[in-house]
Design a protein around this ligand. Sequence first.
Ligand SMILES: *[C@@H]1O[C@H](CO)[C@@H](O)[C@H](O)[C@H]1NC(C)=O
Ligand SMILES: *[C@@H]1O[C@H](CO)[C@@H](O)[C@H](O)[C@H]1NC(C)=O
Length: 323
Amino acid sequence: MFFLKLSLITWLIAAPGLVVSTENVITCYGSVQRLSCDIGLIRVQSAIYGRTDSSVCNAGRPPSETQNTRCSMKIPLISERCDGQTACEFKTDVLGIPDPCLGTYKYYNTTYNCIQGRIGMICEGSYSTLDCGNDVIQIVSANYGRTDRTTCSEGIENKETEDTNCHAPDTLTSVLTRCNDRKRCILEASNTIFTDPCKGTYKYLAFSYFCLSVETSVTCEHSTAVLTCEAGVLKIHSANYGRTDSTTCAAGRPAHEINKTDCFAGNTLAEVVRRCEGKNSCSVPATNSVFSDPCVGTFKYLTVVYSCAGSDGFDFSQLTNEV
Ligand SMILES: *[C@@H]1O[C@H](CO)[C@@H](O)[C@H](O)[C@H]1NC(C)=O
Ligand SMILES: *[C@@H]1O[C@H](CO)[C@@H](O)[C@H](O)[C@H]1NC(C)=O
């Protein structure tokens, strides 16, 4: 068989978090690549077409077709089509154009995680609330359109469910903006939010997400926040230097220094990300000299919501750097 599936479960078993297993599939050109998760949802980590190893997909091939091992091309479509599903398959000869190395016999090398996630479907014209309690929402995938005939089909005319290759291009970006890193959000499946990718088809918003547990650090003005990850690296979800309630960092302060509760420094997230993101630890002074003063006369504090990413093998860069 031109098919090889390696399970890398062992190094992840200790993970308390989101990744159930990590899988790698090598599929020789022309065969069918199938990704599947027995438990959890697919989250593609890397999908490469080309050849970086001469020892696979070489049966019956002359050396000239397998010697070049410096050929690779990313195939973002695999992540776009498979993320958030429990299984996904496609014939590989339709992906990978233009040819990254003519004359070399190539293969598809896809590494993906199976993560603990939830799936949601909202039929066109409906709303739904995502709620992670004290945790924050991390969107894995989203598509407004139609990819099967059965979802949201009750009482709908046949011709309105015929198109099963319907994808609104900016769905993921739009859903990320509305929901990612929030505790709850409301999603609406409608043409006014997403563009109509297939007129005459009755659509639905299909999405998947997981709830990530986060830490919140609070540092009063003039002190310094120290964020540390024992395992993994810092991932900053949100941050504000200012004041949003009258009780935090309020001890011994006169009323006029704590009664303003709508004070936000707009550059906080960018500044904390610059100092902390991807590091094991960092320190951020909660001072006007770092953030400038968003509300003169108010005694402020720095709030940072963060998690330690990668400690469970989960690569968060995939979430934000969607190709
Ligand atoms: C598949 O890709 C992974 C990640 O890029 C790499 O470590 C591995 O060596 C590749 N395997 C083959 C057979 O090319
Ligand atoms: C805050 O307190 C000061 C002094 O006690 C008062 O003058 C001011 O109006 C208060 N501001 C708000 C927003 O309540």
